[in-house]
Design a protein around this ligand. Structure first.
Ligand SMILES: [Zn+2]
Length: 205
């Protein structure tokens, strides 16, 4: 004969009323528990099917670039990410993006960035750094002189030097992390719509 749970009524197999609880309180308690159980079950299922956090975005504080960068992150982009990264990336926004981390003028900001990246690696298990520098960046002018902003070739080269150095530092500090760098430029109407890959990395799925 199977042993019965002492808390379960042997005739109808429903739990016996806990001491001090009447039938109405019991059903209210049971109903609440069922709702809570369903809620936790749904949440656990959502968590098990959700994609993991993927990356940190390093971008500039320039107000003109906020919307285009957010829209770009929220879209599938060849050479970068196969679907929207909305909700799957942390963000570090600093004047100059890569320039803000690498240029000697902003030396005091450097460790703050790396400490934040390390924290996101630890907290969110990210394994990618996506860098977006942009054209006509005032921080580049502050770092290397305003004349560089009037020479598109020098301007792009200056960004290229800094993203290359940033990739080199990442490889030392976080050798298991992947790196990709992009450049957001303006069209003839002055709109930030032209994207150029400066340094390709692993495509994020
Ligand atoms: Zn900028």
């Amino acid at each position: 004969m199977p042993l019965m749970d002492p808390q379960v009524c042997s005739c109808c197999r429903i739990p016996a009323l806990p001491p001090g609880m009447n039938r109405r309180q019991f059903f209210r308690f049971s109903s609440g528990s069922a709702v809570a159980l369903a809620f936790h079950s749904a949440r656990a299922q959502a968590q098990s099917t959700a994609k993991p956090y993927a990356a940190m975005l390093l971008s500039c504080v320039d107000p003109r670039t906020q919307r285009p960068v957010a829209q770009w992150m929220d879209s599938a982009i060849a050479q970068s990410h196969t679907e929207s990264l909305s909700g799957r990336y942390s963000a570090f926004t600093i004047a100059g993006a890569a320039v803000g981390v690498i240029a000697p003028r902003f030396r005091a900001w450097r460790e703050t960035f790396w400490e934040n990246f390390s924290a996101s690696v630890e907290l969110h298990r990210i394994s990618n750094l996506i860098v977006v520098d942009h054209a006509n960046c005032g921080a580049l002018g502050l770092a290397y002189g305003p004349e560089v902003l009037h020479n598109p070739k020098l301007e792009l080269e200056a960004h290229m030097v800094d993203v290359t150095e940033l990739k080199r530092e990442l490889a030392i500090r976080h050798p298991r992390s992947s790196f990709q760098a992009w450049y957001l430029a303006r069209d003839e109407m002055g709109r930030f719509v032209e994207w150029k890959c400066l340094i390709p990395g692993s495509v994020i799925g």
